[in-house]
Design a binder for this molecule. Structure first.
Ligand code: ATP
Length: 238
């Protein structure tokens, strides 16, 4: 569905991502894991069109989207839940969800979709009329995911859904993502700092460090051995 080929992204003279290639198949949960500064956010921002590649290609269903604007890419069904959530704090939960549907043409199914999202995250249903800024960090993460779902995506990328959340809340967020994939077949590309968490939920894992993919494999292949931690921390280069 999504394929990244020899992608290089630079900030001026700094190369943040260097010739990386990977793919996310339809209905798959893929995780990019890696330490701070590895290039994870840069990769997602380039897929969503916020950053432009210096080199390489990004294909969605075999058509290039490299260099497209964020609006064009969103229009093709690629939605991003950014790091830090960026919900509209002065709007209500329901208004935030409606913002997600702003670019949709099928306005008559919006209420139905809000219903679906509040079934996935019941707390959002209970707090529908509450100002979003008053939600807890975990609830805000759920709202950010809910708002992204309102765009009716075929693939959703999420930048560090666990950031700053208690383990029990992280469990809830991931449980919802896994059931979402199971029920709707939504394709997910998740950036995650915790390799352990990625091993629990992902079909495919890519370890990114210093802007390069150091290791890739299925969770099955990588579970129970030290390959991931070696690639993550760079012990393989000693
Ligand atoms: P984290 O887990 O800390 O969010 P990350 O893996 O998402 O890290 P990126 O944010 O993609 O990493 O950063 C990759 C590299 O690019 C880092 O060296 C970072 O300092 C650099 N970088 C990121 N944003 C900019 C920017 N706007 N200008 C210059 N350099 C940047």
């Amino acid at each position: 569905m999504l394929s990244i080929n020899n992608l290089t992204v630079k900030y001026g003279q700094i190369t943040a991502v260097r010739e990386i290639s990977f793919e996310v198949k339809k209905g798959e949960i893929a995780c990019i894991v890696g330490p701070n500064g590895a290039g994870k956010s840069t990769t997602l921002l380039t897929i969503s069109g916020v950053l432009k590649p210096s080199n390489g290609d990004i294909n969605l269903d075999n058509n290039t989207i490299a260099g497209f604007s964020p609006e064009q890419i969103a229009g093709l069904g690629v939605t991003q839940v950014p790091e830090g959530r960026h919900i509209f704090t002065s709007l209500t939960v329901e208004e935030n969800l409606k913002v997600g549907a702003a670019l949709r043409n099928d306005k008559d199914t919006i209420a139905q979709d809000i219903e679906r999202i509040t079934t996935l995250f019941p707390i959002l249903g209970e707090r529908k009329q509450q100002q979003a800024g008053k939600l807890s960090g975990g609830e805000q993460q759920m709202l950010a995911i809910g708002r992204a779902l309102m765009t009716n995506p075929s693939i959703m990328t999420i930048d560090e859904p666990s950031l700053g959340l208690a383990p029990i809340i992280i469990d809830k967020v991931y449980e919802a993502l896994v059931s979402l994939r199971k029920e709707t077949g939504l394709t997910l590309l998740i950036v995650e700092q915790s390799a352990e968490r990625a091993l629990q939920v992902a079909d495919m894992i890519y370890v990114l460090r210093n802007g390069e993919i150091k290791l890739k494999g299925t969770s099955k292949e990588l579970k129970g051995n030290d390959k991931i931690s070696k690639a993550y921390f760079g012990f393989d280069e000693r």
